[in-house]
Design a protein around this ligand. Structure first.
Ligand code: FES
Length: 299
């Protein structure tokens, strides 16, 4: 959701409206897929919400980028030594890297589809460059299979694809470090860690009608009464900062609140994230009533 004015990526991308056409196309494909009933667990898995509790895409891309980089290094070694065994090692590396890239691509597209505006445009550039690099690696694999006499050409194509991959990776890093995509929105929060009395009376709470109350530090606390018990957690969605008190109730026992921005789900009883794109749980609070007022303390 952010649009920083202080990054190299912004200086390059903010005027490149032509990327928006590609973004519309890929957005329709990815969004359309996740509208198919039963695909929500796939989405939650590819974001990394479950079982990792951490974004999946940056973990897998380490394998992909590292694998392709190792391929180039071993290919260069082959050019120096002309040892067939070294060439075969490079072949194994490039195929393994390509296989990991398939997971990198689908997890990246899944994360990207919950972005907007310039952040989305930068992500599209990152993705398109990855498509070009992947086509280069496929061509390199195909040339290796075609015969030993094509190996030098295969290596040259692989090196060009790797250079495109490195440029693409720069924009992938820009997404996280420049725009804050998928960064935990509770990372810099200052929830009260000692008992703090909120400006909220227990009697004013209605069942399943959440309210947001600011702590002394300004930290917004989500408070709700659920079947007679009061629960509290952070109100700022860990995915991109959506206001959870404006969400809707979902889930079999209606204890999950769904973020109004991109539909991440949090269980208000334990503050755990139950559905992506968020991958981090909310800050959980202990709750007690004193003199009719609600007091909270972060766990
Ligand atoms: S802000 Fe994206 S799901 Fe809440």
């Amino acid at each position: 959701m952010s649009a920083p004015r202080n990054t190299a990526g912004h200086a390059l991308v903010h005027g490149w409206k032509w990327l928006d056409g590609f973004a519309s196309f890929f957005g329709a494909v990815v969004g359309g897929f996740y509208k198919i009933p039963g695909t929500r667990p796939i989405k939650t898995l590819l974001h990394g919400t479950w079982p990792l509790g951490h974004p999946l895409h940056p973990m897998i891309t380490d394998l992909t980028i590292g694998g392709y980089t190792a391929t180039v290094a071993v290919d260069v070694l082959y050019l120096i030594t002309r040892e067939p065994g070294v060439g075969h090692a490079a072949d194994v590396l490039i195929v393994a890297s390509f296989l990991t890239s398939l997971l990198s691509i689908v997890s990246g597209l899944t994360d990207w589809n919950s972005t907007y505006s310039e952040e989305r445009r930068t992500g599209m550039l990152h993705g398109l460059l990855m498509v070009v690099a992947s086509l280069g690696f496929i061509a390199s694999i195909w040339l290796r299979v075609a015969g030993a006499e094509q190996r030098d050409l295969a290596i040259a194509v692989g090196i060009v694809a790797w250079l495109v991959l490195i440029v693409s990776s720069y924009f992938g890093g820009e997404m996280v470090f420049g725009y804050g995509t998928e960064v935990n929105r509770q990372a810099w929060a200052t929830p009260p860690t000692k008992w703090e009395r909120l400006d909220l009376s227990e009697s004013s709470l209605d069942d399943r009608k959440p309210v947001v109350v600011k702590a002394k530090s300004g930290y917004p606390v989500f408070v709700v009464k659920l079947d007679g018990t009061v629960y509290a957690m952070g109100n700022t969605c860990t995915h991109a900062g959506g206001p959870l008190n404006e969400g809707k109730w979902v889930g079999g026992d209606r204890c999950e609140i769904e973020c109004p921005w991109h539909a991440s789900r949090f269980c208000v009883k334990d503050a755990k994230v139950h559905g992506g794109p968020a991958t981090f749980s909310e800050v959980r609070f202990e709750v007690r009533a004193a003199e009719g007022r609600i007091e909270v303390r972060a766990r």
